[in-house]
Design a protein around this ligand. Structure first.
Ligand code: SF4
Ligand code: SF4
Length: 259
């Protein structure tokens, strides 16, 4: 009897730090089982050996910041049955999307001795601005348990069981004392996507939103609360401008406070 063909996985990098790709290698205990169940067909961070597409599942890390990458992501989409974006760069444009608020030419001339060698776009944008995306997994970096769930779900042909609730829900389930209520510490937990297990409040500090906005976040209400805690407009604008600065809910709330 002919051996059953294994599904093919590809992992692609665009503008990013590689942290989310490392979450795959960080799966350690499960990695051998994964390698037994699927063909890791293209994953340059793990191996130079590659297999040609098409691929059953593509995981895409990073944002689109150059004309070449804007073309390359279309090629990736064409070769992929399912395309899942992983991390803040791929799902929102990443920290590099801070350029979207300024003229990128000013940064290029300030940073590079020969700006004429730099071929870049004026903005850093998420993959979903360029091609159809089948699922977005949030986080900076992503949670490896959630990644495992997404990979197995797509390869089994079912919907990933990833909740869209806020960090506050994980925080309460973990039995944490609320740092905002108890200590007046600013916390973006009420508007931030769950997935980290409320890591920061578990260590008595506020969340700074690295998993990006949850579904239907009430940022206006949170800002009113942060203002009551003494946050000035400048700080309010900046609190939403970190890894997920270009995610619409954070971008718009940040803009309400000037700049
Ligand atoms: S500490 Fe932050 S995440 Fe936890 S319940 Fe309070 S506001 Fe929500
Ligand atoms: S608590 Fe907030 S900032 Fe801390 S890891 Fe979780 S999502 Fe990121």
């Amino acid at each position: 009897m002919a051996a059953q063909k294994k599904p093919k996985l590809a992992v692609w990098k665009f503008a990013s730090c590689d942290g989310c790709q490392l979450s795959i290698l960080d799966l350690e205990d499960e990695l051998l089982d994964i390698a037994g169940a699927i063909d890791i067909a293209y994953f340059l961070e793990a191996s130079r050996a590659t297999m040609k597409g098409p691929y059953d599942l593509s995981l895409v890390e990073g944002s689109i910041t150059t004309p070449h990458d804007a073309q390359r992501i279309r090629d990736v989409r064409r070769q992929s049955k399912f395309l899942v974006t992983i991390g803040a760069c791929a799902t929102a444009g990443g920290i590099q999307a801070l350029r979207n608020f300024k003229d990128v030419k000013d940064f290029v001339s300030a940073v590079y001795a020969h700006p004429d060698y730099i071929d870049t776009l004026a903005t850093s944008t998420p993959i979903s601005d360029h091609v159809k995306v089948d699922f977005e997994l949030h986080g900076c970096p992503i949670n490896k348990r959630q990644l495992l769930e997404v990979m197995t779900a797509f390869l089994a042909g079912r919907k990933p069981g990833i909740s869209s609730e806020s960090v506050c829900m994980e925080c309460k389930r973990g039995g944490n004392v609320c740092v905002m209520v108890a200590h007046g510490a600013p916390c973006l937990g009420p508007v931030t996507h769950a997935g980290c297990g409320a890591l920061c409040p578990s260590y008595n500090r506020g969340c700074y939103g690295c998993f990006g906005p949850k579904e239907t976040p009430n940022t206006e209400s949170l800002s009113a609360w942060l203002k009551e805690l003494g946050m000035e407009p400048d700080a309010l604008r900046r609190v939403y401008r970190t890894f997920n600065t270009n995610a619409p809910a954070f971008r718009e709330e940040s803009a309400r406070h000037g700049g």
